[in-house]
Design a protein around this ligand. Structure first.
Ligand code: BGC
Length: 746
């Protein structure tokens, strides 16, 4: 191992013991702003360009960029050519790499970044699943655990939360986000930032909202594709979660891989400077996505990497992940007068500010504590949190004849499905340092909940197979015949969720459908447990199953969470945050779609209206939908007034009765419709929700408050406008089945 002497500290110690004062930037009692200014004054343009350079360490989360080996990386770090590293794993390794930085001329510590999307070592439900819990406190706790674990392992900064709204489940990255609703996406963004950043002590990490902006609008859900959208769509549909993250005090922002108005977003001055820095007054720093500066050449927007560096910095972008264009070309660009030093100082100053803020100049190894790392990672407490989060993320889509929860009389369960036992399918692409072998499989969870002797297992299908495996099906059928019930884990391998995992076909694979058809013939109840990082098209299987439990990708405690729900130890309370399409050609299908000049009739009959001829306009399961083992009835929707003005609020009351036979939680949702506005508005927009617990037989009247600001929308310049007129208000247990009232805004 190479050991470096912290050069700056050495010089300082020598200097201080003689006559000179410690440089201001090394004085922990000095104001952060003064330390930044002092350090900037001491830096050469090459060193400044180095601060804008971010290199990958042990693994590549993008196309390999011809990175040098560790020896060369450490040399570059020591020479002040690197400001940040990503993907350096563990307290020991980060310490070693940090030592190289401290041995540089000015001893500027590195920032270590890592994707902690849904946990570091203890893996939590994917963000899309977690969103289905509608429990912001739980979400905040999940991210606080992720922060505690990763910060103990040397991480200062994560590239999340991902706040890209998307209504296209073909896009693999929907798993990272919050679903299709901008308002709820904004609530989640704030909770995630709070959990990650906390008060920025050493148990927390810097967060990074991404991918700015509107990555979720990629054409056809195809990864890394073009995006084409209007400014009103940008502002109303895509911006709210990013803005919420900024308002929650997020430290950093990541550019996306995509385009806006024909310009790659990494080089888009409107987005980065006009909106982010000027309109929103964002004071943190911007990092590119992996080689997104270099990719401007592929987009045909920059002639070469030098031009790309110029365009990125001129747009307001700052740190360069993996292109190595900033470090190479900024000194030249400054010399040529193409870029002003004050632009570079602004970018570098923002990065240094956070290095000071984290205390890295005063205690560069505060995050590299191996004892703390050992005690924190995958602790029992963290696993308990993950289990809690996982149970709350599950969405019950169908429960014919109350087949679930499994009754005491069920003595023998045929557990079928490769994904139920083979742990290599449990985790998704963004699994952090999670080890799939540490995760609880469904088979293990079922054995724990029901006893090993109750379960007989068979695989039923082969992963990614296009042809039906008749002998596997025959075995599954035989097991089902001699059991009381079949629990069948189908869907997609976790590895098909995440970046670079767009799919043109998101239906349940044909061999799994075939399996279900054969199981159905046994006459035994069939419970489908669907694992996937996106809503899949379930049209073909709904009639083949008595119950459908949508379990997404749940993380380390997956098997325990699902088994406890099947057993009725936890009554499912999740509601989907993305609509489930009936067919691929129906995508995008989302609840908050825009009005049309030719809406359909309520019964969908007649001609000459907006539709496909072969599939109706409705999703299979709408946004906000999810069943409970109990049942909730909504009644008495009342408004405190029929008129609202800017100085008052309106109280919306509704009574919810648990008229089922279990205690349970319900997510009551409030939507509005702005009946006539200066731009075309969505048919419905979520504006509030409450998750409440009701004992069986219990009724509660809950109240929502609406003010005029809840009725606002954005114009094409991103200004919030409120327009008087008629509004409809809807309350219900999902976006489709609602009670309705109306009022006027004066
Ligand atoms: C992804 C980012 C991620 C980065 C670093 C990129 O490919 O788009 O979301 O943070 O890699 O791993």
């Amino acid at each position: 191992m190479i050991r470096f002497v912290p050069y700056a500290l050495l010089i300082c110690t020598m200097a201080c013991s003689q006559t000179t004062e410690k440089p201001v930037y090394l004085r922990s009692d000095a104001k952060t702003e003064d330390r930044v200014t002092d350090l900037l004054k001491r830096m050469t343009v090459e060193e400044k360009a180095g601060q804008l350079n971010q290199l990958a360490g042990d693994l590549n989360t993008g196309p390999a960029s011809g990175n040098a080996d560790w020896q060369h990386k450490l040399e570059a770090i020591k020479n002040g050519q690197v400001g940040s590293m990503l993907n350096v794993v563990g307290a020991a390794k980060t310490r070693q790499v940090q030592e190289a930085a401290l041995a540089g001329r000015l001893g500027i510590p590195l920032l270590f970044g890592y994707d902690v999307m849904h946990g570091y070592k203890t893996i939590f439900p994917i963000p899309l699943a977690e969103a289905c819990s509608w429990e912001l406190e739980q979400v905040e706790r999940n991210h606080a655990v992720a922060a505690a674990e990763s910060s103990s392992a040397g991480v200062h900064w994560t590239f999340g939360p991902m706040c890209d709204i998307s209504d296209d489940p073909r896009w693999g990255r929907v798993m990272e986000g919050a679903g299709e609703d901008p308002w709820y996406g904004a609530q989640l963004a704030a909770a995630r930032v709070k959990g990650l950043q906390g008060n920025l002590d050493t148990n927390h990490i810097l967060a990074c909202v991404k991918h700015f902006a509107a990555y979720g609008a990629v054409e056809g859900g195809k990864e890394y594709a073009y995006t084409d959208l209007s400014r009103v769509a940008l502002w109303n549909k895509y911006m709210p979660p990013y803005k919420a993250a900024i308002d929650a005090g997020i430290a950093t922002v990541m550019n996306g891989f995509t385009t806006f108005e024909g310009i790659p977003v990494t080089g888009n001055r409107y987005l980065v400077t006009d909106v982010l820095k000027n309109k929103w007054n964002f004071k943190g720093f911007v990092v590119s996505d992996w080689n997104s500066i270099g990719e401007m050449v592929n987009w045909g927007y920059a002639a070469d990497k030098k031009d790309a560096a110029f365009k990125a910095i001129s747009a307001g972008s700052m740190m360069d992940m993996e292109t190595q264009a900033m470090v190479k070309f900024i000194p030249e660009l400054v010399k040529e007068g193409k870029i002003q030093m004050k632009e570079i100082d602004d970018a570098v100053g923002r990065i240094l500010y956070y290095k000071f803020k984290l205390g890295l100049f005063d205690n560069p190894f505060a995050y590299c504590n191996e004892a703390r790392e050992k005690a924190t990672l995958f602790s029992n407490e963290n696993r308990k949190q993950s289990l809690e989060a996982a149970k709350r993320s599950i969405v019950l889509l169908k429960n014919e004849n109350k087949v679930l929860p499994l009754k005491k009389e069920v003595k023998k369960i045929a557990l079928i499905g490769l994904y139920a036992s083979d742990k290599s399918h449990i985790f998704d692409f963004w699994k952090g340092q999670g080890n799939p072998n540490d995760a609880v499989s469904l088979q293990e969870g079922m054995a724990a909940a029901f006893g090993t002797s109750s379960i007989s297992y068979s695989a039923g299908y082969v992963d990614l197979s296009t042809t039906t495996n008749k002998s596997l099906i025959a075995e599954a059928v035989a097991k089902t015949r001699s059991a009381d019930i079949a629990v069948v884990n189908i869907g997609l391998s976790g590895d098909l969720a995440g970046e670079d995992r767009s799919l043109a076909n998101i239906a349940i694979p044909a061999d799994q459908v075939e399996l279900l058809k054969e199981l159905k013939k046994t006459g035994k109840p069939v419970i489908a447990v669907v694992s996937a990082g996106r809503p899949m098209i379930l049209t073909e299987i709904t009639d083949l199953c008595d119950a459908i439990l949508y379990t997404w990708i749940l993380g380390s405690e997956s098997g325990n969470a699902i088994a406890q729900v099947l057993a009725g130890e936890y009554n499912p309370s999740g509601k989907t945050v993305m609509s489930f399409p009936k067919a691929t050609g129906q995508i995008p299908v989302y609840y908050n779609h825009f009005k049309t000049g030719r809406p359909s009739t309520t019964d969908g009959k007649g001609n000459w209206y907006s539709r496909y001829r072969d599939v109706d306009n409705h999703p299979l399961y709408p946004f906000g939908f999810g069943l409970s083992y109990s049942h909730f009835t909504y009644s008495n929707l009342t408004l405190s007034d029929s008129i609202l003005d800017n100085n008052h609020t309106l109280q919306v009351k509704v009574t919810i009765t648990n008229d089922g036979d279990h205690d349970g939680e319900e997510v009551a949702q409030l939507y509005i419709n702005d009946v006539a506005a200066s731009i075309v508005r969505p048919v419905k927009e979520l504006k509030g929700y409450q998750k409440i617990m009701l004992k069986k037989g219990e009724s509660k009247t809950i109240q929502f408050t609406l003010g005029s600001s809840d009725l606002s929308f954005y114009d094409a310049s991103g200004n919030s406008v409120v327009e008087p007129g008629k509004f409809e208000v809807f309350v219900g247990g999902n976006s489709r089945d609602v009670l309705q009232e109306q009022f006027w805004l004066k």
